[in-house]
Structure formats: structure tokens, C-alpha cells
Design a protein around this ligand. Structure first.
Ligand code: AKG
Length: 229
């Protein structure tokens, strides 16, 4: 990474929402990327997400633990190849807890384990509109890990997709956690900066891994929300 005039520091963007730059070192980024490449393979691999209104998300996605589709969770890829969702590995669930502790402190740790990972892949033109993560039944903090190209991450408020919001540059290895009063804030990715990934990582594009707690009862098929038509 280029030398900085001012070092990037841990910053509370809003109450309960904290950005921790460079949280994953190069080795951890590499290992996480290798795992993402495995998860992206079929079955239940990387897919294009279509919204019920006829839209297409420009980022592509693979899920672990529970399969997210607009707007609910299932245990199979109901809007794709129909395969069972891949399991959430214990080490990734542990990384979620480590991240919460690092960003918000031990008192913010949820009683339940992190049991959902959504992995979003952004190529140069991809973006993500302002939305809230509201399909879970737990208010545990959401953990967001970035790999590859930098992006503008827009973190807003709980009422509206519009201002006030804060734009944060997320780079490879950065951690962003939002919980407590920020858990249901609107957020999105208006822009990715192509060609900004650390060359040694070997990733063209951007990966974001968000870790969440479902709050769902165990071992019950969960089909929530409307099925996409
Ligand atoms: O890519 C990001 O940084 C944000 C991803 C996100 O908002 C989501 O998965 O809900």
C-alpha cells in the first residue's frame, strides 16, 4: 500500500458502527481469498441475484450457513441450482466473534454463533444499492471484511436511503462492524475502484464477506419472505 500522509485509524463512523483499517494481515487475506474461491465453485456456488421486481444485482453472491435470496433465507439455493447451501465453517464463525471483539469490545459479543456468511463479488462496474440487513432474527452485529479492490462504502441512517450518510473507503483487509443502534442502518457500495487491490493478493475485483447471526431455530427449514417469481 502507498505511504500515507495520515495513517488510517480505527474510527467510529456512527454509534455502534466501527471501521478498523488493515485488520486482516496479508496472510489472512490470502487464506480467506482461497476459501472464497472454493466456496464460489458449484454446486451452490457464485450466482447472479435477481430481485422480485425484475432487477439484477450487479455484484454476484455465494452464501454459507443459510442461503439468502430477496428477501429471506432458505437452506437450499431456491433461486439457483437448488443445491443445499454450503456449511458455515467454525473458523469463519470464530473470525466473526474475533472481529466483533476487536471493533466493539467483548460486551458486544452475541450469545449465538455466527451462522451466516454472504460473500459478494464486485467486478469493476458492480455496486450495491442502499439497503438494510433486516432478514435475520438476531440483532447481533454485522461483520464486514473486504478483500481486493477498494470501494466507497456508504453508511447511512435507519430511516431513509438518503442523507445523512458517511462515505468510508474500504480497502483490502479492512473490517467494518455495525451493531447496536447502527444494526439496521441503510448502507451500500456506490463505487468500486478497479485496479486498487494489493498486487500480491492476486484478485481482480473486490470480495466482501459479511458475517451475521440468523437467530433462527436450529434444524428447521426456513423459507421466509416472498419467493422470487
Ligand atoms: O460489499 C459491501 O461492503 C457491503 C455488502 C452488503 O451490504 C451486504 O452484503 O448486505
Amino acid at each position: 500500500m502507498d505511504a500515507e500522509l495520515f495513517p488510517r485509524c480505527r474510527r467510529e463512523v456512527a454509534p455502534g458502527a466501527v471501521h478498523v483499517p488493515d485488520w486482516l494481515d496479508a496472510g489472512r487475506q490470502r487464506r480467506l481469498l482461497e476459501a472464497c474461491r472454493e466456496w464460489a465453485r458449484p454446486p451452490a456456488g457464485l450466482r447472479t441475484v435477481h430481485t422480485p421486481g425484475g432487477g439484477t444485482m450487479t455484484s454476484r453472491q455465494v452464501c454459507l450457513g443459510h442461503h439468502w435470496y430477496p428477501y429471506g433465507y432458505a437452506l437450499t439455493v431456491v433461486d439457483g441450482d437448488g443445491a443445499p447451501v454450503k456449511p458455515m465453517p467454525d473458523w469463519l464463525a470464530g473470525l466473526g466473534r474475533e472481529a466483533v471483539e476487536a471493533a466493539l469490545g467483548p460486551r458486544a459479543l452475541p450469545p449465538e454463533p455466527y451462522d451466516i456468511a454472504l460473500i459478494n463479488f464486485y467486478d469493476a462496474g458492480a455496486r450495491m444499492g442502499m439497503h438494510r440487513d433486516s432478514d435475520e432474527q438476531s440483532d447481533a452485529p454485522v461483520v464486514s471484511l473486504s478483500l481486493g479492490d477498494s470501494c466507497v462504502f456508504r453508511f447511512g441512517n435507519r430511516e431513509t436511503r438518503a442523507r445523512p450518510y458517511t462515505d468510508v473507503e474500504l480497502r483490502s483487509g479492512d473490517l467494518f462492524v455495525f451493531g447496536g443502534p447502527a444494526r439496521l442502518a441503510y448502507h451500500g457500495v456506490p463505487r468500486v475502484h478497479p485496479g486498487t487491490a494489493p498486487p500480491a493478493l492476486g484478485l481482480t475485483g473486490r470480495l466482501n464477506i459479511t458475517l451475521r447471526v440468523s437467530g433462527f431455530p436450529p434444524a428447521v427449514e426456513r423459507i421466509m419472505g416472498d419467493s422470487p417469481s
